[in-house]
Write a protein that binds this ligand. Structure first.
Ligand code: 5GP
Ligand code: ZN
Length: 120
C-alpha cells in the first residue's frame, strides 16, 4: 500500500486529512492526534497514522518507522497534557472482541485519573 493511501469513506482518514475540521492537538510526520468524541478519562486522545491501516494486525516490518513515530507522538501528547509524570496508558483495540469500532489503526492515550481503579 502506498505511503499516502487513504480511504475516502474512512472517518479517521478524513480527520487526518483535515476534511472534518476536527482540531488536532498534535501531529507528526506519520500521525495526527485529536480528542476522542466520547472521552473515558480527563485526557483521552487518539493517535492515528495518516496512512490507512485497518488495525494493528496489518502492521508489517516496513511500517516500523510509522509505528515508532505514532508511539512517539503518543508520548508527546502525554507530555503536553501534563500526564507524563502521573502516568498514562496507550492502547489499541484490534477486532470485534477487543471492542474496535473504527477500522483504522489508532492508539488511545488515556490519563488524568487513576486508570487501575474501576469507575463508579
Ligand atoms: P475503538 O473502539 O475503535 O478502539 O475506538 C474508536 C474511538 O473513536 C472511540 O473511542 C470513539 O469515541 C472515537 N470516535 C469515533 N468517531 C469519532 C469521530 O468522528 N471523532 C472523534 N474525535 N472520535 C471518534
Ligand atoms: Zn482510514
Amino acid at each position: 500500500m502506498a505511503v499516502t493511501e487513504t480511504l475516502p469513506d474512512c472517518i479517521f482518514c478524513r480527520i487526518a486529512g483535515g476534511g472534518t475540521g476536527t482540531p488536532l492537538v498534535a501531529e507528526s510526520e506519520h500521525a495526527v492526534a485529536f480528542r476522542d468524541l466520547h472521552p473515558q478519562a480527563p485526557t483521552h486522545v487518539l493517535v492515528v497514522p495518516r496512512r490507512h491501516l485497518a488495525a494493528l494486525r496489518e502492521v508489517e516490518a516496513g511500517d516500523a518507522v510509522l509505528v515508532a513515530d505514532a508511539l512517539g507522538l503518543a508520548v508527546e501528547v502525554a507530555r503536553r497534557e501534563g500526564i507524563l509524570d502521573g502516568g498514562y496508558r496507550v492502547l489499541t483495540n484490534d477486532g470485534a472482541d477487543a471492542g474496535q469500532t473504527v477500522p483504522h489503526l489508532h492508539f488511545h492515550v488515556l490519563g488524568g485519573r487513576p486508570l487501575h481503579v474501576p469507575l463508579g
